[in-house]
Design a protein around this ligand. Sequence first.
Ligand SMILES: Cc1ncc(COP(=O)(O)O)c(C=O)c1O
Length: 373
Amino acid sequence: MNEWGDGTRCVHAGLPEPAPGQPFLPGPVFAAPYHLDPWQGPAGGPNGYGRPDNPTRRLLEDAVGELEGGDCRVFASGQAAITGLLLTLLRPGDTVVLPSDGYYAVRAFAAGTLEAMGVRVVLVPTVGPYPDLAGVRLVLVETPANPGLDVVDVAALAERARAAGALLAVDNTTATPLGQRPLDLGADVVVASGTKALTGHSDLLLGYVASRSTELIEAVTGWRKTTGAIPGAFDAWLAHRSLATMDLRLGRQSANAEAVAALLAGRADVTGLRWPGRPEDPAYAVASAQMRRVPGVLSFDLGDADRVARFIDAARLVVAATSFGGLHTTADRRAQWGDDTAPGFVRLSCGVEDTADLVADMAAALDAAGGPA
Ligand SMILES: Cc1ncc(COP(=O)(O)O)c(C=O)c1O
């Protein structure tokens, strides 16, 4: 599988061997209980009850696991995966390092639940500096970080974590497994939201944990079985179907981001442009060394909230929505969700529209929006 290109790997990931008369991707199996063998009970087959066992989910896990290069367990959402990993690993008295500039719901969970449990939470910006990791149980990084798009050198941090006896988890949501393979770079575990570019159609929520450690995967599987944070069979099937086009979607999204970055860089009325694929970007050197491709997400500042609204209103191809990585170009003013960002800070997620159409539409919308107040 690894010798093939990204498109081939995505199209074939997790599919059963071809069998005459059978579909390429078997349809979703909807089952709560399954028939049991009357003598052997659950030991008589792979499926006993829907919370731990579902064949549709297992095929999706094979697919994502192949792409990440580890064993995978999928969850009902990215948050379910991340909080599941944190609660599987952390005990009172442990220390966890989390990104200060990453997805805000993880910080909220740490402040609301982990600290109340007696876990010491240390917040560190994605670019560091990272503290001495002695005595730290787990370091979680997001690279590129959402929404600021800073990048951290995963291999270097993995080495430091290993030397200190800490585990390193990488949130691979923004990059996707086609953008980088954190397990190859030395991370112990990957967590991600599959809601974004992995599945890319803005129609489902999904999360996953992937690792090469059997012990860790067993612990996470036990956590999921007892807490029930599973995706339904239909969402798992939709996700698997969508995964097949990830290479094509990411290719267009990245090309669009490159063209949009060039447009924005040339405008004096846009500041703070970030896209790790631009040679002028502070994250460029590390991103180009460790990433195989840069995702279609950029950020920039339009000065104030009104101007952001005027820009989105004037655009025909940019819609206001949170989340990112989907087929449609979306813009999100992050301060409205409580991110510690300037009032005019926008995270823009390029969709798969034609590049020339998107660039022309955005240029016209910026002109129509006028300058900041
Ligand atoms: C980097 C990152 N991790 C995790 C999540 C949580 O994922 P979900 O919304 O699928 O729970 C998000 C959501 O935006 C995210 O951006």
